[in-house]
Design a protein. Structure first.
Length: 55
């Protein structure tokens, strides 16, 4: 299974790549994960886990 955060070519992510995505808590256990470079790319969820825990 591949995840959106997987790095298929095995290279290390740069600091800029890590900072590209951000999480916003909008209250009542609601979260929005968004792409800072493409403001039309976002996901809203009631669950958020650190990337390190998602593999």
């Amino acid at each position: 299974m591949t995840h959106a955060t997987d790095n298929p070519d095995g290279r290390q992510e740069t600091d800029d790549e890590r900072r590209r995505y951000a999480e916003l808590n909008i209250g009542d256990e609601e979260f929005v994960i968004y792409d800072r470079e493409n403001h039309q790319a976002w996901i809203q969820s009631t669950v958020a886990v650190p990337v390190e825990e998602s593999s």
